[in-house]
Design a protein around this ligand. Structure first.
Ligand code: AGP
Length: 358
């Protein structure tokens, strides 16, 4: 089936706008009864003792998020850069599961890490978008993210679907039910609409134009917001060719703060007003005190909007899912900055959609 850009100038823009439908598809028929998750790829009642997630690039950022979720639900979990995994693989104990997070299912580094895991005796699972890809065929099981074809080199809708699939995977693997689980499941069902509303109301094009001639871009976040700080920066550097870095908000004062100037906007995501949010707000104030323009991506609950130079709003949702909405704003920022700079958005220089060499 051929895929066209439709009314969009670029595949990337089209794919950003396909996200709410992609998430609907990702969530379809995943709940057996009430808030109990049922994933065809994994038998009901299967509880891994420990999980290693192996991945590259954007998929690695999804893996970092997945590992945080699994640990929160009592499962030992770590994300590994696939290209580093085979050099010092963690011991594979009984009940270990190694999950390859890979949109294409063809990334050489990820396939190699999965083969190492198989040789060590681990059970393997491919979390992928492409049915019958090499990862799907070689792993013991395949869990599909159901995003549909993604043409632009920059991964967008598939990242959102990876995160949602990892939420479902964490829910099923832990088997826990609680009020928290119920709230999370209910928020999942509302997520596609929240993405749609954000796309219709975003101020990202204006913010992108305002800062398009900056000398660098920094992204900070704490907890589940940290992987999207890394992803926001990757998207920005990948398609704008400008310098961008993502940091854990708490790490700024340990070095990166020296990079901050009035010509380096800092993007910070703050959701809710709990201790994590308040600590992030304190980190953002440090940045502002050094003269950097501050852009807050927020649900408007904390005090961050009062001193940020610009605010990009996201709909209120469960805190675990908020990074998905924050990331849509980051995708749009990168897209509109690259568009303003006249870059080759769908095919950035030196990059390939699927990297089949190690
Ligand atoms: C991100 O925009 C890139 N396309 C890249 O980092 C990508 O996520 C990475 O190469 C891994 O690809 P995969 O998910 O197909 O394994």
């Amino acid at each position: 089936e051929s895929v066209t850009k439709g009314s969009h100038d670029h595949y990337m823009r089209k794919e950003i706008h396909e996200q709410s439908n992609a998430l609907r598809e990702c969530l379809r028929d995943r709940f057996s009864t009430g808030d109990s998750v049922s994933l065809d790829a994994i038998e009901d009642g299967y509880r891994p003792e420990s999980v290693h997630l192996v991945a590259c690039g954007t998929s690695y950022h999804a893996a970092l998020y997945g590992a945080k979720l699994l640990r929160k639900r009592g499962i030992q979990a770590q994300a590994h850069l696939a290209s580093e995994y085979a050099l010092s693989p963690p011991p594979v104990r009984d009940g270990a599961l190694v999950v390859g997070v890979t949109q294409s299912g063809e990334t050489a580094d990820t396939l190699s890490a999965l083969r190492t895991a198989t040789a060590e005796g681990a059970r393997t699972l491919a979390l992928t978008n492409v049915v019958d890809s090499t990862a799907a065929r070689e792993c013991d099981d395949a869990l599909y993210i159901r995003s549909g074809p993604e043409i632009s080199v920059a991964a967008t809708k598939t990242f959102a679907s990876q995160l949602v699939t990892l939420v479902l995977f964490a829910l099923q693997s832990s088997g826990q039910t609680s009020d928290e689980t119920e709230r999370l499941v209910s928020a999942l069902t509302e997520l596609p609409e929240h993405v749609q509303r954000l796309l219709e109301t975003t101020a990202a094009p204006t913010t992108a134009r305002r800062f398009a001639d900056s000398s660098g871009y920094f992204f900070i976040g704490r907890g589940v917001q940290y992987p999207v700080a890394l992803e926001g920066a990757l998207k920005m550097k990948e398609i704008t060719y400008e310098h961008a870095e993502g940091f854990a908000a708490g790490e700024l004062k340990h070095g990166p703060l020296a990079l901050v100037t009035e010509d380096t906007p800092v993007f910070v995501s703050v959701v809710g007003d709990d201790e994590t949010a308040r600590k992030t707000v304190a980190n953002a104030k440090e940045v502002k005190a050094r003269g950097a323009p501050l852009v807050a991506v927020t649900d408007g609950v904390s005090s961050i909007d009062r001193f940020a130079d610009e605010v990009l709003t996201i709909p209120r949702t469960n805190r675990t899912l908020a990074p998905i909405l924050v990331n849509v704003q980051y995708q749009l920022l990168a897209y509109h900055t690259a568009d303003h700079l006249g870059r080759d958005i769908d095919k950035p220089r030196n990059l390939a959609k699927s990297v089949t060499v190690e």
